[in-house]
Design a protein around this ligand. Sequence first.
Ligand SMILES: [Zn+2]
Length: 98
Amino acid sequence: MYCSMCGALNPNCSDFCGKCGSPLPKASHKKYTSSTEKLRNGGQEGSEELFNKGFDFLKLGEPEKALKCFDEALRINLGNDKAWRFKRSALELLSMRE
Ligand SMILES: [Zn+2]
């Protein structure tokens, strides 16, 4: 099957793209939550960046924007503990403004 990320052709039994390391949709399904170091690393970079962006917004006193970034970070990586923590902070800030 072809990798949706880089377009490289991979054997059908592969869980990950041999070229870019992206998880391949069909075969990766059952392993998605268990042994996915490559997926986790790949996901965490984007998640980390979004978290940092949200954190900056939080510092700037813009919890609405921060919240969007944290949500996006969590969409990529639900295991991003920092994003969860600061999402809560952003929500608290927002509720204090009401
Ligand atoms: Zn690929």
